[in-house]
Design a protein around this ligand. Structure first.
Ligand SMILES: NC(=O)C[C@H](N)C(=O)O
Length: 330
């Protein structure tokens, strides 16, 4: 039987790292071919095409690189001989890249983003088992139409939901409603389905979007600075259900008066924001003033969605719809 063909695009991250003896810490050094040589028997499951796109750590990823990656993935998925695409990535920004790709690529073929928590100089390097699980996911018919998936620790999570929750544990990638499924004996076992997916069909990104986190007794300086520096959108990680300290409220009013789009999400690790509280600075007032309540999104992903949304349109109703239309998570 003909084997499926998977394209693996290597971008760097701990999965590609070794400890440099002069520095005494890990840096990206391994090529895609070197990483693949550690994944035993993978050639029995699939034919692999290797693309060495870059060798950068997660914190060095840029929006322009993401646009390049998106275009490359789309072109690759359009090929008849390709079953799925895998991207290796640093875990520090992996969920943002996965979500960016999920929003911008409208394709049924699987796209899997994978990384590692231990570099290849460490005992128990998890790069090879994670990459093997990513291949098993990318060739599974059960992964078709599920959007971009994140695979680590034999767990398969949905890009829109997943967050890196721990700085070092192997099961760091968690979703509030659990994984989509797991890899068991090379097979994707699906536990549940995706309720809703969203596409923002654009190649344009508005770079002038900032993310500001609210803390106790915070004032409006950061919001004003962002507005005065030319921000077109600001995502505020507010408290709890979406509430702000009084002085920050003044900043939101200032931003809105200047036509800057303000999206409110929660600094809590899970849960929705809502117009629940009627006190000054509460979600009800923020929403009545014209801020967009960002539902269940976490700050970094809401920022990407706003960047893409503003890249496509400046119509506030369309932007609002992107954050509020029927969805449990987006
Ligand atoms: N586990 C990792 O990949 C973390 C690393 N600092 C990175 O994002 O590149």
């Amino acid at each position: 039987m003909k084997k499926p063909k998977v394209c693996i695009i290597f971008t760097g991250g701990t999965i590609s790292m070794t400890v440099d003896e002069n520095i005494g810490a890990a840096i990206p050094t391994l090529s895609g071919e070197q990483i693949l040589s550690m994944v035993s028997n993978i050639d029995k499951l699939a034919d692999i095409e290797v693309v060495n796109l870059c060798e950068i750590p997660g914190p060095h990823m840029t929006i322009s690189k993401l646009l390049e990656l998106k275009a490359l993935i789309k072109k690759t998925l359009d090929r008849d001989d390709i079953t799925g695409v895998i991207v290796t990535h640093g875990t520090d920004t992996l969920e943002e890249t996965a979500y960016f790709l999920d929003l911008t690529i409208n394709h049924t073929k699987p796209v899997v983003v994978v990384g590692a928590m231990r570099n290849s100089s460490e005992l128990g390097y998890d790069g090879s088992s994670n990459l093997a699980a990513a291949v098993c996911t990318a060739i599974s018919p059960k992964a078709v139409g599920k959007g971009v998936l994140v695979v680590l620790n034999n767990e398969v999570n949905i890009a829109a939901e997943v967050t890196k929750t721990n700085t070092l544990s192997l099961n760091t990638f968690q979703s509030p409603y659990g994984p989509l499924g797991i890899i068991d004996t090379n097979d994707l076992i699906v536990y549940r389905d995706i309720a809703y997916r969203q596409h923002i069909d654009t190649d344009k990104v508005e770079h002038r979007v900032d993310l500001i986190k609210a803390v106790l007794d915070m004032d409006d300086r950061f919001i004003r600075l962002a507005v005065d520096a030319g921000a077109k959108g600001i995502v505020v990680e507010a408290m709890g259900r979406g509430n702000l300290p009084l002085k920050m409220l003044e900043g939101v009013k200032y931003a809105l008066s200047k036509g800057v789009v303000v999206v409110i999400v929660s600094r809590c690790s899970s849960g929705r924001v809502f117009e629940s509280y009627g006190y000054e600075g509460g979600g009800k007032e923020l929403s009545d003033l014209g801020a967009i309540m960002g539902g269940e999104m976490r700050g970094p992903k809401a920022r990407l969605k706003l960047m893409l949304g503003l890249g496509k349109t400046t119509n506030i109703d369309e932007i609002r719809k992107l954050f509020t239309e029927e969805s449990y998570i987006l």
